[in-house]
Design a protein around this ligand. Structure first.
Ligand code: SIN
Length: 340
């Protein structure tokens, strides 16, 4: 084993979530308070972690992730950029609630250039639980953040031994410790007994990593609403969003389809220059261009939640008030960000 002083240094930024959660007894796994333990206490539950890397714990906040907002993403993105610019650190890991982890991870992927590893992790069981999954997830995330092979791969997510790209990872389970998957593209690698293994080299920079770096720390992003399509969906939901939002993501049926009445409403938005992105509520498979929806933007592989993040940042980077220019810019972003 390397002597402690020669080990790489990793920042561990704690934001809250179940991984820092506390329940009344070790047997309680479902009812607990998320975002309680400070980062030092989480590190105490990791004997031997100092053999993986030197760790500098940073307490960014302690929130259940359902309360994290785009303003928080901005503050977090700025903090990550500062840490990554510090030559003392070879990479960083973040602990985060799993409920909105995929949104924060994709936001960070879009605003942080793909250099030093940035690895998010979380837990499905509170820290006080029997067989808590947090400590091993932190150990694995730190190992990936300290691993030279993780360099240049964009923001990553490590849970239950799997390494996933932020763009592809989605939460697929309410309770299982195997809570995240990249359903179409699969995982990038695994952590086996604390050692990261990547299945492929990192010769291709991940699509769009750092593409919105100009907006790092920008607290006000345009409002983008998600509309969930369902049988008999009332049109006034669409009208409500058209009147208030600057962009709309439709979590459509199947391959991003929608009732005709909703289509007519949303088309008025597109015609007036308000972008509408088609995604799918199915949870897997791409949303492809279709002739009948040719004016809408297809979300490709992106989930509705991720498409919303890209649309918010895309509107922010459009740098033009001209609607045609803006829509062209957004179509290009989604063609790259949503591709298989
Ligand atoms: C949260 O997202 O903060 C609570 C749920 C979790 O971390 O699994």
């Amino acid at each position: 084993m390397a002597s402690t002083s020669t080990l790489p240094q990793v920042a561990l930024l704690a934001t809250g979530g179940t991984i820092a959660g506390v329940a009344s007894t070790p047997l309680e796994q479902i009812s607990y308070q998320a975002g309680v333990l400070p980062v030092e206490r989480m590190l105490e539950s990791l004997p031997g972690i100092d053999g993986v890397a030197r760790i500098a714990g940073v307490q960014w906040g302690n929130l259940p992730s359902e309360n994290i907002t785009p303003k928080d993403w901005a503050v977090l993105g700025k903090k990550c950029a500062e840490i990554l610019a510090n030559p003392d650190f070879c990479g960083m890991a973040l602990t985060h609630g799993t409920d909105t982890l995929e949104e924060t991870a994709f936001y960070l992927d879009l605003v942080l250039p793909p250099g030093k590893p940035v690895v998010l992790t979380g837990a499905m069981r509170p820290a006080t639980s029997l067989s808590a999954d947090g400590p091993i997830n932190i150990r694995d995330a730190v190992a990936v953040a300290a691993c030279p092979a993780a360099y240049g791969r964009g923001v990553l997510l490590v849970m239950n031994g799997r390494i996933l790209a932020a763009r592809a990872a989605v939460k697929v389970s309410t309770l299982d410790v195997e809570a995240f998957r990249a359903l179409e593209s699969g995982c990038l690698g695994r952590v086996i007994n604390g050692e990261p293994h990547f299945y492929h080299g990192n010769e291709h920079a991940p699509p769009l990593s750092g593409a919105c770096a100009a907006l790092t720390g920008q607290p006000e992003l345009p409002r983008v609403d998600i509309l969930y399509a369902c049988a008999g969906m009332p049109e006034d939901l669409a009208r409500h969003s058209l009147e208030r939002a600057q962009g709309i993501v439709l979590a459509g049926m199947g391959n991003g389809s929608m009732p005709q009445r909703i289509c007519r409403e949303l088309r008025t938005g597109m015609t007036a220059g308000l972008p509408v992105v088609r995604t799918s509520r199915t949870g897997s498979g791409p949303v492809t261009p279709l002739e009948e929806y040719a004016d809408f933007i297809p979300g490709g592989m992106l989930s509705a939640a991720k498409a919303r993040v890209l649309l918010m940042l895309g509107l922010g980077t459009a740098q033009s008030d001209d609607a045609i220019f803006r829509l062209r810019h957004l179509r290009q972003l989604f063609a790259v960000g949503g591709k298989l």
